[in-house]
Write a protein that binds this ligand. Sequence first.
Ligand SMILES: NC(=O)c1ccc[n+]([C@@H]2O[C@H](COP(=O)([O-])OP(=O)(O)OC[C@H]3O[C@@H](n4cnc5c(N)ncnc54)[C@H](O)[C@@H]3O)[C@@H](O)[C@H]2O)c1
Length: 409
Amino acid sequence: MDESDNENTSPTLGVGMVGYAFMGAAHSQGWRTAGRVFDLPLAPVMAAVCGRDPVAVRAAARQHGWAAAETDWRALVARDDVQLVDICTPGDSHAEIAIAALEAGKHVLCEKPLANTVAEAEAMVAAAHAARERGQLAMVGFNYRRVPALALARRMIAEGRIGALRHVRVTYLQDWLTDPGAPLVWRLQREHAGSGALGDLGAHAVDIAQHLAGEPLVGVSALTETFVKERPLPGGAGHGLAAAPDGGAARGLVTVDDAAVFTGRLASGALAAFEVTRVAAGRKNALRIELNGELGSLAFDLERLNELSFHDHTEDASVSGFRRILATEPGHPYLEAWWPPGHGLGYEHTFVHQVRDLVHAVAEGTEPAPSFEDGLQVQRVLAAVEESAEKNALYTAVPPVSPAVTALA
Ligand SMILES: NC(=O)c1ccc[n+]([C@@H]2O[C@H](COP(=O)([O-])OP(=O)(O)OC[C@H]3O[C@@H](n4cnc5c(N)ncnc54)[C@H](O)[C@@H]3O)[C@@H](O)[C@H]2O)c1
């Protein structure tokens, strides 16, 4: 075999990633795999990964396949071999890194939630608009849009298979904070995470509901609760956290919600109901979605992510009912490049699909979705949920981002 047979002749896209823990590993999987499964117009090159600990970041680079390691995200952004910056850090650093990267002429992929506050998200959208004029693109990582069964649900809804939408019901349940002894990690600190289950799980729930419905929430009515108000500090004291009021050693205050329950109205008048929590004992990553329309219903459970349930209400009632669609056929979204029917996909594939779609957008100069505007829209819903909860569930309007976002075409 000629040596040139092995060469990928596509132009390249140099990628630099900040953060290398949970999402860093998942995104690395996406960058490593997408070009080996899909026919991409640009070949991703994993140029450098950034973390603050020099030894640990070098080990992460080796483990996940990055060519170089940096200990300061500013140095990563400045690298000539980086054309796209992938942000996998907690929310408190998203705005600063994303805006700096866009201003430095880089494309940006930023994990969800887009930011910790609406003001930060607005600044990110402004930077993304300016960057778009110069040809750089920005996308937020709501990866569940790329579960094939959910992409199929979106397609079926857009084709009118369930008719006019009446209800959206989303629950996103986890249980890793059920134990009061679980440590006070950054996800439980408002200054790092922005909010708790709301920003962590509710951001996904709101994005997928709006994406599937094809329309935004216009108002919400919410309750939130923090059941465990203080927790042990990870690794003991000395993390700069507020000590518990009783002076208890090595404990700190939880400053975010454990759970949020809210109802909402979509622009068409359809009703939505959400429940998100990290204290639902026995539920691990239970994102469940049901949509009811005048012609039928769709239902999905992330713990069975290759399946989509569909009820066609136009069929004869004597034989109709929910049927299970196994979303693994070549005609299903993203499946053209994967395994034969029935050989299911998993969580990590959503990150491969995310890379595929982003690389196409960069190569073709099209707007990637979800955009930073979509991320801002979700942020406004989260802020309205918090405002409503502070007022004991008073119905609170969600301000629109822009006509383009309101359409959510
Ligand atoms: N899309 C999803 O399904 C999903 C799932 C989990 C988390 N997230 C989001 O991903 C982001 C990261 O979450 P995670 O679970 O990977 O957190 P994590 O704690 O596992 O990892 C965070 C990483 O960021 C690094 N980091 C923090 N500040 C940094 C800085 N200033 N410079 C360089 N590195 C820094 C940490 O060292 C660590 O490597 C959050 O926004 C979170 O909401 C998304």
